[in-house]
Design a protein around this ligand. Structure first.
Ligand code: BGC
Length: 586
């Protein structure tokens, strides 16, 4: 490690009171938990932004707000600057007008590590332009059950692919090492988030420690080797033991064996949820003290240190890690957001990369009689379904709002707009699948999931608003046009593979489009053959609901369930094989 940083950290640490140290370990939301004055009086170390209310109407106002808060931090006795963290998980997706990339599952389908790196670079730049220096991304979960509502946040169920993309994403966010030009990346959620029994968010992961090491740890090792600045702990338990309070995995394995020297940040409200001072003793360095946790965290940790429950060395270790990253990121010298970056938000060059990502993420699962690519001269095309012309619906959760948006947002283009741009014949839109266009030559039916994030998206969980199949309504969109005798191309918008065997059988062509984000017009470029399909499945695709009787869905490492399509499957225009008709008897 850089000796000058070590020296500066030690000098500063030696001057700090316990209150100042606990303050550095505290992360707050920039509204509702605190007043601006609290930043100074409570010596707050970092600020989190997840979604609205917006800090302001545009990036300039966001920067002004964070500048004001930073000035409060700098006005304290030791003048330690704040870090500003944001859930920028597929672009700076909390800002309307930013470039929003396909969610990670789509990047997983692209198999293109270079693209993952480039997407992270652009995300980092737009993240900085809105006033942040810390991103809570990438999610490097390994989802083993598609019932989990966060499958789309992760690249793939493949350890190797996730390992490669973890490295690419960290380097994209931070550069070759954490420095002044970096946005600090966060590998999350350590560990077992995607591998809980039955895919329950915050549930129990019962993989053995050996399996965890073999399957889940390698992407973290890759992230640490790439210099990841922070890691976020996971809501789940490991065989009954809260992950946040798991000293073995956090301190012995991640910090010890893997040599992670950055910040271990807790997840939301973890202090009151997962054992208070136990999580500090296990190795959590920064606590998201939100939703009413702020005072209890401060008082509880202080009392813990005074009683000897939490050793002072643990506090010092946490604060050293925090100060070290602040020095590495250069926030002492450059504490304020850079206004000159604002014009780069959502520029065409960034959107072009996101559109490339959309194209490369598409997976062609069926193409009977080579109905695709579509001829641009087809006299009449009908686009069907509300997902066809709504960029909120095509973007999934963590898009403008935490749970996503049901409406289109600024700067984005819809799937329909892309089709209209390229088609030379007539393009009609039948939002509610009334079946009004039976004379159409082709129906492009856009169906799938409505946006969700975290436990709201779990299938069969506490909230249980989603299902393993398409909704009946969306199944009927397809049925309506099939029954009219129109050739159907189905575009499937979803955060995960679902049981769609019947719909695949009924469609002439079926495309898994995942959650493309702001550049919906990229899809038409592939449908009309300007580009070929490149995507291959990042998850095995289920054949039936029976596939989910056990703890996990159909997995490429587990032969006990035979998927409809294996991991890695994907058709294209170049390899013209008879396999393209994948209609099955199931
Ligand atoms: C999620 C994290 C996220 C955090 C902050 C949590 O509920 O699990 O992924 O970074 O909230 O918004």
């Amino acid at each position: 490690m850089d000796h000058s940083v070590v020296k500066k950290v030690e000098e500063l640490l030696a001057k700090m009171t316990l209150d100042e140290k606990i303050g550095q370990m505290t992360q707050v939301r920039h509204f509702d938990d605190i007043t601006e004055e609290d930043i100074a009086t409570k010596f707050i170390g970092s600020v989190i932004h997840t979604q609205g209310p917006l800090p302001g109407v545009n990036a300039q106002e966001w920067q002004e707000k964070f500048t004001r808060l930073q000035k409060k931090a700098l006005s304290t006795r030791l003048g330690i600057p704040l870090l500003f963290g944001v859930d920028a998980v597929h672009g700076q997706n909390t800002y309307e007008g930013a470039t929003i990339f396909p969610h990670n599952i789509g990047l997983g389908a692209s198999r293109n590590a270079q693209l993952v790196k480039r997407a992270a670079e652009i995300t980092a730049l737009e993240t900085k332009a809105t006033g942040f220096n810390w991103a809570f991304s990438p999610c490097i979960a390994i989802p083993y059950n598609e019932k989990w509502g966060r499958v789309y946040e992760a690249f793939s169920e493949s350890t190797e692919l996730t390992e490669e993309f973890a490295r690419a994403s960290v380097i994209g966010h931070q550069g070759s090492q954490l420095g002044r030009d970096s946005v600090m990346a966060t590998a999350k959620h350590f560990i077992g988030d995607g591998s809980t029994d039955n895919g329950v968010e915050g549930g129990d992961c019962t993989l053995s420690p050996e399996e965890v090491r073999e399957r889940l740890v390698p992407p973290y090792r890759a992230a640490v080797e790439a210099g990841i600045g922070s890691v976020m702990a996971s809501f789940n338990s490991m065989s009954g033991h809260f992950m946040h309070a798991h000293e073995y995995w956090i301190s012995d394995v991640l910090k010890g064996e893997l040599g992670f020297d950055g910040i271990m940040v807790s997840d939301w409200k973890a202090y009151s949820r997962f054992g208070e001072n136990e999580i500090i003793n296990a190795g959590i360095d920064v606590v998201m003290a939100v939703d009413g946790d702020l005072q209890m965290f401060h008082d509880g940790l202080k009392a813990g240190v005074e009683s000897g429950e939490v050793p002072m060395e643990r506090i010092d270790d946490a604060v050293r890690r925090i100060l070290t990253q602040k020095f590495r990121l250069g926030v002492f010298e450059n504490p304020f957001p850079d206004a000159s970056l604002i014009p780069q938000i959502g520029i065409q060059a960034h959107r072009d990369v996101a559109r490339q990502a959309v194209r490369e993420s598409l997976v062609l699962l069926k193409n009977k009689e080579h109905i695709l690519p579509l001829d641009k001269n087809i006299p009449k095309i009908v686009v069907v379904g509300e997902h066809g012309d709504n960029t909120g619906l095509q973007s999934g959760g963590w898009s403008i709002n935490w749970q996503g948006s049901l409406e289109s947002y600024a700067g984005s283009t819809s799937i329909l707009q892309g089709i209209e741009k390229l088609a030379e014949g007539e393009v009609l839109y039948d939002k509610d699948a009334t079946g009004a266009h039976k004379d159409a030559d082709v129906a492009i039916i856009v169906v799938g999931e409505t946006p969700y994030a975290e436990l709201f998206g779990d299938i069969g969980g506490e909230i249980d608003a989603y299902q393993l199949t398409l909704t009946e309504e969306h199944q009927n969109y397809i049925n309506t046009y099939v029954n009219l005798g129109v050739k159907v191309v189905t575009l499937f918008i979803s955060g995960r593979p679902l049981v769609t065997t019947d719909q695949i059988n009924k469609s002439e062509a079926f495309v898994a489009a995942w959650l493309p984000g702001s550049e919906g017009d990229g899809i038409a470029e592939v449908l009309f053959g300007e580009f070929d399909f490149k995507g291959t499945l990042p998850h095995a695709w289920p054949a039936s609901e029976e596939d989910y009787k056990g703890k996990y869905g159909p997995n490429f490492w587990d032969d006990s369930v035979k998927p409809l399509f294996p991991f890695g499957f994907g058709l294209n225009y170049r390899d013209e094989t008879s396999e393209n008709d994948t209609t099955t008897g199931k």
